[in-house]
Design a protein around this ligand. Structure first.
Ligand code: MSP
Length: 661
């Protein structure tokens, strides 16, 4: 394969009735990478698709009295529509019901059988249908599926097995020698310690109790296990094992498989072992991202929040939704989705920061220069610092996007946005405009603003498919080399003489209260509809993950919970030891106009003299308690370990009584 190619995949999606915003997460992230690589000049192959076989689908179709194919066709059409709406630029869309895929999976199965990597035996075990997973008796938890805690069924059947155990040592070696293979690193350790080192068992790879799957070509009462079928999509889509295999030769091995963390086990153990058995190279990286969760639970059970991506895109625009998904949570970690967080981000980052910057700049060029950028420019104070910050941004963004660090890449771009906004305040163009002799300087300021925005608008392209063009329209830029990716690294490409066009507000501000009320109503309707429809359903997941998914969410607190704590800066006026208690100091604190008495367990680490005059952070609304008979009206914050303790402090002086949030 050439150096200039890039192959990225998402998992193929189960056809479930309604995809929620969490589902869009993997695809939007993959799309941002694909767009970025194309902008950098790579020949990109971006693959997504649907995973359509299995008992679960067969049962759902039976419930509805239609064929499985009829059932999935409808849903797959909806998924394709959704990706269109979200401007996902996949180069291919594979369905595991596509004829060519089915044929190649049969060939793969046959090849592995012929060479002895698949063998026939008898299987007795427990099967969890929603998870499409087999379990041994000892793996069950209280007789139920260890992943989803639902009923399992005892199955005994003649089955084919894949010699997974044979590849254990090679897999461990590969993971150890290729630290980038599984990312983030925590997932690597999880796989090694929880699955590989304890030992792999051979994997049951066929079923005979249902028939909605790809038949084993040489033993047609068996269908191929869905994960063998599904994982193969990454190579069948490229024409592997066919005459038409140019894409395979060009793009394999994949640069990255992006997957949610619950399916990393299938991708980092079963899939590489299959490839080893086939004698094919392994993907360069598997990146397991975290989940978007709702406060207190799973996205599919949403109450009080609208999670339907179609409604969200219609209401707030695609770019705002894509921005939020990639900005809010570090890729790799779990994060909370809420309508309130979404609206706050739109208002602060998009309406206030970026949107205002563009509209103010365009309005000023319009007002002061009749909308045409002059060519006589005078440089002045603040220019160098602005240029420095803006010009550092493309380099940082590339480094971060190469590591799939979307949220920090966006944070860097927004640093440039803030720096540019600050430049307006520093240079105060409205004052320059009062005096004709400042005309050239005013023009210099306008140029620097337009130029910074040009660079910013180029850098947001991977994340936001619509906004850059809107900005270019307003700045009078054409979609040509003045906005090429590489041109973001060169200062001064904004054309002199360009005419700006005042346009519509790119990101209108949202009235938070009104909007949340409306969303609350909408989500009520949604949930009622969904609950009527909801059938049992759970994603396939690696051991333990699913339970964690719910628990993690309930351990997190909301911003409202946090807001209940009144944290204040307080100044220590007096301090003295508490008699008979060697750990306690009695402090007199000033908090604004109020004086508070607090008893604190810091005497072993701070003498009374050393603490007087310090600013500390006080939990001001803690219920008063008596310690050694002395009333303590609050608590001061400190970090401690077994041997040491340090008071929490601010990194610059703030008046006592200031709020800490
Ligand atoms: N069909 C399998 C994948 C087979 S790949 C050979 C599958 N499908 S899925 O529809 O359940 O999930 C598709 C993707 O959506 C996964 O990456 C999954 O992690 C992601 N998400 C589904 N819900 C999610 C959240 N709430 N948050 C983030 N991503 C989540 O698994």
């Amino acid at each position: 394969m050439g150096n200039n190619t890039y192959y990225i995949t998402t998992p193929i999606y189960y056809p479930s009735d309604k995809l929620h915003i969490g589902h869009s997460y993997t695809t939007v992230a993959a799309d941002a990478v694909a767009r970025y690589k194309r902008l950098k000049g790579y020949d990109v192959m971006f693959l997504t698709g649907t995973d359509e076989h299995g008992q679960k689908i067969q049962r759902k179709a039976e419930e509805k009295g239609i064929t499985p194919k009829q059932y999935v066709d409808d849903i797959v059409a909806g998924i394709k529509e959704l990706w269109k709406l979200m401007k996902i630029t996949n180069d291919k869309f594979i369905r595991t019901t596509d004829k060519y895929h089915e044929e190649i999976v049969q060939k793969i199965f046959k090849k592995l059988y012929d060479q002895g990597d698949i063998y026939k035996s008898e299987y007795e075990g427990w099967y969890c249908t929603p998870c499409e997973s087999f379990w041994t008796k000892t793996q069950l938890v209280e007789g139920k599926c260890p992943d989803c805690a639902r009923e399992v069924e005892l199955t005994k059947e003649e089955s084919y097995f894949f010699r997974l155990s044979k590849y254990q040592d090679r897999l461990i070696k590969h993971i150890e020698e290729n630290p980038d293979f599984i990312q983030p690193v925590t997932r690597q350790n999880e796989m090694l310690n929880n699955f590989l080192r304890p030992g792999l068992e051979d994997l049951c790879v066929s079923r005979t109790t249902f028939n909605w799957g790809i038949p084993v070509s040489f033993d047609e009462k068996h269908v191929v296990y869905v994960w063998i079928d599904a994982l193969s999509n990454y190579i069948t889509a490229l024409g592997y094992m066919t005459e038409n295999n140019e894409d395979y030769k060009k793009f394999w091995p994949a640069d990255v498989h992006l997957v949610g963390k619950e399916i990393i086990r299938f991708h980092t153990i079963i899939w590489p072992a299959m490839l080893m058995a086939l004698g094919e190279p392994l993907p360069k990286q598997i990146f397991g991202h975290g989940w978007l969760l709702l406060e207190g639970g799973k996205m599919s059970k949403s109450k009080g929040n609208v999670v339907d991506p179609v409604i969200l895109v219609e209401k707030y625009g695609l770019d705002a939704i894509r921005y939020f998904l990639l900005r809010e949570v570090p890729f790799g970690s779990d994060g909370i989705f809420s309508n309130e967080a979404l609206i706050n981000r739109i208002n602060s980052d998009l309406a206030n920061d970026l949107g205002n910057l563009v509209s103010r700049t365009v309005a000023m060029i319009d007002k002061y220069f009749g909308g045409v950028m002059p060519s006589e420019l005078q440089q002045g104070d603040f220019d160098e610092d602005l240029k420095k910050i803006v010009m550092e941004t493309p380099i940082k963004v590339e480094e971060l996007l190469d590591k799939l660090q979307f949220n920090t890449a966006l944070t860097e771009i927004w640093k440039a946005v803030s720096r540019t906004n600050k430049y307006i305040d520093e240079t105060a163009p409205w004052i320059l405009a009062k005096d004709e002799s400042n005309k050239a300087r005013l023009a210099g300021v306008m140029y620097n603003l337009a130029e910074s925005i040009r660079i910013i608008s180029i850098l947001i392209q991977p994340f936001m498919p619509q906004t850059p063009e809107k900005i270019w329209g307003q700045l009078g830029l054409k979609n040509d080399e003045t906005v090429s990716w590489e041109s973001a690294k060169v200062w001064g490409r904004y054309p002199h003489g360009a005419s700006v066009n005042k346009g519509e507000v790119i990101f209108p501000r949202i009235d938070v209260k009104k909007e949340l009320e409306e969303l609350e109503k909408l989500s009520g309707q949604n949930t009622a509809e969904k609950e009527k429809k909801e059938t049992k359903e759970a994603p396939k997941s690696s051991k333990g993950d699913k339970k964690e998914k719910v628990e993690e969410a309930s351990e997190l607190i909301t911003i409202e919970d946090f807001a209940k704590i009144d944290l204040r800066v307080a100044k220590v006026l007096e301090a003295e030891k508490v008699e008979g208690a060697d750990k306690l100091l009695k402090l007199k604190l000033q908090m604004g106009n109020e004086i508070r008495q607090v008893v604190s367990g810091i005497a072993k680490h701070y003498s009374p003299e050393s603490i007087i005059g310090k600013n500390v952070i006080l939990v001001a609304n803690l219920k008063p308690v008596k310690l050694r008979g002395i009333e303590s009206q609050g608590m001061i914050l400190a970090a401690s370990d077994d041997s040491d303790l340090a008071l929490a402090a601010l990194d610059k002086d703030m008046g006592s009584g200031s709020r800490v949030r």
